[in-house]
Design a protein around this ligand. Structure first.
Ligand SMILES: [Fe+2]
Ligand SMILES: [Fe+2]
Length: 320
């Protein structure tokens, strides 16, 4: 049989590598649609080498698909080592997760995505428990951009922070994180033109967009997922005031995890840069939700969100 040349690669972001040490797998860069070998396993990714790269250091590399387990093991070891400080761990976890979340929305089968996301959320939960400071850093690292995958990751991080303040145990935290990551999975079924439209949607587009909880539920129903995860997807646009969508549920009918996602989701939307609105500062966004959107969110959760964010601000002050 002829040799296969169609090797598959997975993206690895620069910030998910610890460049002070040799990298234990080969790295490639994408140039003119071709994967070019960039670093041999065991070599160090020195600042010099990065700088020499066409005057501009690449922000992403690729590893061969077969090296993916080695990359995952590498991240796992770094997160559990004493070498990295909390902020370095937070950056590494966030950056390595972003590539995964990007994939969840683009290609793989949902079963694979669910399995991968569980391992990923477990890493977040472990970090949150072992390094409370790193979790605060994670909250502070939100990229505030509007792509579905960064949005999903940020909603995941806020939701874990909230659930932690609310006293969820490890098992529930993992379920919470997965539910939050998949809350907008139904957007896979909404036309890309609508998702990426710069500016307000017209009525037809809006009607289509509002169906994403339903589309998401249909996707999840084909897989073995918990009620909590399904609820995060189907109920995250419900409102405590009973006027949300798609079911206009009453407050007590909304799943507690969906209430958490609803709050995280709106908070992320308000603090995110879009072409047609300026992002709000976290404190202004919370104030807006408390007053202008009064009645929509669980008030205990709103209070808890202050706790999640104030931790973050304390942390930022410490790092300045
Ligand atoms: Fe949504
Ligand atoms: Fe969302």
């Amino acid at each position: 049989m002829a040799e296969q040349h169609s090797e598959r690669y997975v993206k690895v972001r620069l910030n998910s590598l610890y460049i002070k040490e040799p990298i234990p797998f080969d790295l490639y860069v994408l140039i003119n649609n071709k994967q070019i070998h960039y670093l041999r396993a065991g070599d160090t990714l020195s600042k010099d080498k990065l700088q020499r790269f066409e005057d501009k250091a690449p922000d992403s590399f690729f590893v061969r698909l077969e090296d993916r387990p080695a990359f995952k093991k590498y991240v796992h070891e770094k997160l559990n080592s004493q070498q990295l400080n909390p902020i370095e761990k937070a950056v590494m976890l966030r950056e390595s997760s972003l590539t995964l979340v990007e994939e969840l929305f683009e290609n793989p089968t949902i079963d694979e995505a669910l399995k991968e996301s569980k391992e990923m959320v477990e890493q977040f939960v472990d970090l949150m428990v072992t390094e409370p400071d790193a979790m605060a850093d994670l909250v502070g690292l939100s990229s505030h951009d509007f792509y579905t995958y960064t949005h999903s990751l940020d909603v995941g991080i806020y939701s874990l922070g909230l659930a932690n303040v609310m006293g969820y145990n490890r098992e529930l935290l993992v379920e919470m994180g997965q539910g939050a990551l998949f809350h907008d999975i139904g957007k896979r079924q909404v036309s890309v033109d609508i998702i990426c439209k710069m500016g307000p949607l017209n009525d037809l587009e809006w009607a289509q967009m509002q169906r994403h909880p339903e589309y998401g539920l249909a996707i999840l129903l084909e897989h073995d997922v918990s009620e909590g995860i399904k609820a995060c997807c189907f109920e995250h646009h419900e409102s405590m005031a009973g006027n949300g969508y798609p079911q206009q549920l009453q407050a007590k009918e909304i799943h507690p995890m969906a209430k958490i996602v609803a709050l995280s989701d709106t908070f992320d939307a308000l603090t995110t840069q879009r072409s047609y609105n300026k992002p709000m500062k976290p404190s202004a966004a919370l104030e807006f939700m408390r007053t202008k959107l009064a009645g929509r969110f669980d008030t205990d959760l709103l209070r808890a969100m202050y706790e999640v964010l104030f931790r973050m601000e304390d942390q930022l002050k410490k790092s300045v």
